[in-house]
Design a protein around this ligand. Structure first.
Ligand SMILES: [Mn+2]
Length: 432
């Protein structure tokens, strides 16, 4: 078994929790009283938050970078094993991230069984597999420069299909149950691509992958407005993705990456539509100011995140049987990636808790009487409630830290890793 190096001792987490537990308990009781006056049972909310889980991306624990440069931090993971140790630390303190979303070939295991056992020894598992046909790998016989699953050359399409099937096979060995497909295919000039034929080729290729999907697997089709194709992208929006997954079959679903839309797009309504149509597969969470997904989840638009979870809670109240896969997909350029991922998991739990506080019967009445201002007020009453004590209680009850960031910093984890991991070999950390 591979070495884990330094791990934060559980006794250290317990000691840190002890210092905060009296205050936490008092604030939890105060919030319980306030919520009870609104007819809300705090315990019901806390238990829901305890059940919320989000996957972290293997590529997210290294410093990302931009098109211009990458400034590595100290103690960055150099291997997939070291990445798993960092992911396990995030889960140890937050108890909200029990699975890792793996990227192939950046994190291709030489022995999937060994990697699975190592992850299990750390108390974590594997979420959706991510294929990569948007860049060429060393020694690759053909190039993806002009596309992959939609390439005009059938030989390139076959290579891309086979790579996706390889991802499924590795994922099966690891215990994963989903494949996320994102392609960069598209055109950079008007006239370069025949829009219709490119999409038809995508569907043909996707069908070949879908045929290899195990019975208990899902295939997520991820769309993105632009980049690297700056004029036209083949799978550019939710409508196109919806058409594709509808053609493929029941196991194919749409994946919503929050950063993959034009500015100001109403993402919460896209979420409502996909849930309505039974084709919402999952999320890549992040935040964005312009046209990319480089900001931490909830760092800029927490209200939008709340509105998305408000739609999800609404869908589950209607009894619709769906369980979206929640994953974080963000690049960390100036922060310690572990701190960013822990904070992002907490912001997601916060949005879940706030969404559970919405007085839905009241909102319904305001909608039916067309009272717009009171409808907004009903949402804002939930959104502006400080649910921090609920998040703290949920973490402690799950065995995590009251203050994950505080414990992480006090533990000296990063300094320990800086000693253990002295060399900086090419850590792949991009956004997809
Ligand atoms: Mn993504």
């Amino acid at each position: 078994m591979k070495e884990t190096g330094f791990r934060i001792p559980e006794s250290f987490v317990a000691e840190e929790n002890n210092r905060h537990s009296a205050l936490m308990q008092r604030e939890y009781e105060q919030l319980a009283e306030r919520l009870a006056r609104r007819g809300i049972d705090i315990e019901r909310v806390t238990e829901e938050v305890r059940r919320f889980e989000v996957a972290v991306p293997s590529w997210g624990v290294g410093t990302g970078g931009t098109r211009f440069a990458r400034f590595p931090g100290s103690g960055e993971p150099r291997t997939v094993f070291e990445k798993l140790v960092d992911c396990a630390t995030i889960h140890q303190l937050t108890r909200a991230t029990p699975r890792v979303s793996l990227h192939i070939p950046w994190d291709k295991p030489s022995d999937p069984k060994e990697l699975k056992d190592f992850a299990a020894s750390l108390g974590i598992g594997f979420d959706a597999m991510n294929s990569n046909t948007f860049q060429d790998q060393p020694g690759q016989s053909l190039s993806y420069k002009f596309g992959s699953l939609t390439h005009t050359d059938a030989a390139v399409r076959t290579m891309a299909i086979e790579h996706n099937i390889e991802c499924i096979n590795i994922g099966r060995a690891l215990g994963s149950q989903a494949l996320t497909v994102w392609i960069g295919d598209g055109g950079n000039f008007p006239g370069q691509i025949d829009f219709r034929e490119a999409l038809e080729r995508y569907l043909d290729s996707a069908r070949s992958i879908y045929r290899h999907l195990p019975e208990d697997w899902k295939m997520f089709v991820e769309y993105k407005l632009y980049e690297p194709a700056f004029y036209s992208t083949v799978i550019n929006d939710w409508g196109t993705a919806y058409w594709v997954v509808s053609q493929l079959g029941d196991k194919a679903l749409c994946l919503v990456d929050l950063g993959h839309h034009a500015p100001n797009v109403n993402i919460e309504m896209i979420v409502a539509r996909l849930a309505h149509f039974g084709k919402l597969g999952g999320f890549h969470f992040n935040d964005s100011k312009y046209g990319d997904d480089d900001l931490d989840t909830g760092s800029l638009r927490p209200f939008q995140l709340f509105l998305i979870f408000h739609e999800l809670v609404g869908a589950s109240h209607r009894g619709e049987s769906f369980s979206p896969a929640y994953m974080i997909d963000q690049s960390h350029n100036v922060t310690d990636p572990i701190e960013s991922l822990m904070s992002s998991a907490e912001e997601l739990q916060r949005a879940v808790a706030q969404a559970l506080l919405v007085d839905r019967p009241l909102l319904k009445r305001y909608q039916e009487t067309n009272d717009a201002i009171m409808a907004l007020r009903t949402l804002k009453d939930a959104f502006t409630t400080d649910v921090t004590p609920i998040l703290q209680a949920a973490r402690v009850r799950n065995g995590g830290a009251i203050d994950p960031l505080g414990v992480y910093r006090a533990s000296g984890y990063r300094n320990q890793k800086a000693h253990e991991r002295p060399t900086q070999r090419g850590t792949h950390s991009r956004i997809v």
